[in-house]
Design a protein around this ligand. Structure first.
Ligand SMILES: *Cc1c(COP(=O)(O)O)cnc(C)c1O
Length: 477
């Protein structure tokens, strides 16, 4: 950075920009309304020949790009799962960018490696994982799950597939529920198992993995000469935050000697609350465990906390030490690039450290409990309203429901009605929510978890839902 005075001038402007963004964030339509191609066409066809000035870029950002931004940090955001940021996280990201270190090996930034080890230890205790787990920060739960499956594959075959590729082994079978996240299927494809070897086990009436069906599937596969390898349990399915029965799954894992990965991407954060510790009963049997502080622990994307029981199996799966990467400290420290797919790594531990210290355990617990309490209230409004119904149990702060005014006889029509309702709700720009399908029913899905969401926003959301429902139904509800 040569021109420090230029940097200061623009950085100050930028901080002002960010501050007013947060002050005004609720005035923006939360979901962007641009049409496909609109932003692309508003941008020049070629890069500039000569360097441009930063103020012009900011102008273009405001005039062109802002229209195409969906405001994930708005307290009116109730869609998907959140990708929360927070004040300490954002500030730490600035420092990370300033330092710009590659944190692949201990030597390439010792503080990054050791801080990562420390915050992962803190987090492990905070969520109640057994002490023998060791953690690292991955970019996403998708990567963590893939890494887990690759480790399972290598450990089972004594690292032979890494050497020779698939020869006559397998077919390896991977088990998860019908409600698991799409990243599992992606991982199965990338790991070379083949999509047809992903066994999606039926769920019970609360959308949890049915363990009886799981065991039947494993038995059936064994009889056919297939090789059951790995079970993936989900704590907090993406559709309805169903919690798979981990302790029963753990027993099956034990009985058949399989690998067990726990995907708690969203709901894992709730483990910092003693009242949600029941979810991980049986976790001692898990080989790997992932949850995303970048969803519901106020640490901006990307920050996925991945914990493993057998560090050596993980490192043996990935480690490569070409001459130019050999260092004198290799034996004494964690070189986290050996724990994952890419070589290069950002200094992600910093923002997590900032967040954990800024809020403290109490502050984080309080925030999560507030979200869960607000969801509890809204659930009551839904249940008490004659024309709405809940479609899945509300485990924490995700509400799955639909508009059902009673006199509509076909499921198909109800689905259409709710799809239209969702579209109309999101068109208002007042709130943004998304949907899922549960047992074939089009389900409105509202997540109360944004960093700054308050009761007034939840009340407003309910108001918008009611008024749009009335409007499309054409009569008072
Ligand atoms: C969000 C989510 C994922 C994917 O998380 P990424 O970090 O975006 O890869 C995986 N599993 C579950 C259950 C999720 O909710």
């Amino acid at each position: 950075m040569k021109d420090i005075s230029e940097f200061k001038r623009h950085a100050h402007e930028m901080v002002e920009w960010i501050a007013s963004y947060f002050e005004e964030i609720e005035n923006y339509p939360v979901k962007s309304k641009v049409k496909p191609g609109e932003i692309y066409q508003a941008l020049p066809d070629q890069m500039p020949e000569k360097g441009e000035n930063l103020s012009r870029m900011m102008e273009d950002f405001d005039n062109i790009l802002m229209k195409g931004i969906t405001h994930w940090q708005s307290p009116k955001f109730f869609a998907y799962f959140p990708a929360n940021s927070s004040l300490p996280s954002l500030l730490a990201e600035m420092m990370t960018a300033a330092i710009g270190a590659q944190c692949m090996k201990w030597e390439t930034s010792p503080a990054a490696a050791e801080l990562e080890e420390k915050v992962m230890d803190w987090l492990k205790d905070a969520v109640g994982l057994p002490g023998y787990f060791q953690g690292t920060i991955q970019d996403s739960a998708s990567t963590s799950t893939l890494v887990s499956m690759l480790t399972a594959r290598e450990k089972y075959t004594n690292f032979l597939i890494n050497e020779q590729g698939f020869k006559n082994q397998g077919p390896f079978r991977i088990y998860c529920s019908e409600e698991t996240h799409s990243s599992i299927e992606k991982g199965v494809k990338i790991a070379g198992f083949g999509k047809e070897n992903l066994v999606k086990v039926e769920v019970d009436d609360h959308y949890r993995l049915h363990t009886g069906k799981l065991e039947e599937a494993i038995e059936r596969d064994k009889q056919k000469g297939m090789v059951p390898l790995c079970i993936i349990a989900t704590l907090g399915t993406t559709g309805s935050t169903a919690i798979d029965p981990l302790s029963e799954i753990a027993q099956i894992k034990e009985k058949y000697g399989l690998w067990l990965h726990v995907d708690a991407a969203y709901a894992g954060s709730a483990l910092i609350l003693p009242e949600y510790q029941w979810m991980i009963k049986g976790v001692e049997e898990a080989d790997t465990f992932v949850f995303n502080p970048h969803k519901w622990l106020f640490t901006n994307f990307d920050c996925s906390a991945y914990f493993v029981k057998d560090k050596q199996a993980l490192v043996n799966t990935f480690q490569l030490v070409p001459e130019y990467l050999k260092t004198r400290s290799d034996e004494q420290a964690n070189n986290y690039s050996d724990w994952t797919i890419p070589l290069g790594r950002r200094f992600r531990a910093l923002k997590l450290w900032f967040v954990l210290r800024y809020y403290g355990m109490e502050g984080l617990q309080e925030k999560l409990r507030q979200h869960i309490a607000m969801a509890g209230e809204m659930k009551q409004w839904i249940e008490e309203h004659d024309d709405f119904e809940m479609l899945a149990p509300a485990t924490m702060n995700v509400l799955c429901f639909r508009f059902n005014p009673g006199n509509i006889d076909s499921e198909e029509k109800l689905n259409e009605l709710n799809e239209q309702l969702l579209h109309e709700i999101n068109q208002t720009g007042e709130i943004y929510m998304t949907h899922t399908k549960l047992s074939g029913q089009y389900t409105l899905r509202l997540v109360i978890a944004q960093t700054d969401v308050e009761k007034e926003h939840v009340e407003k959301a309910w108001e918008v839902i009611l008024s749009k429902a009335e409007e499309i139904f054409g009569q008072e509800i």
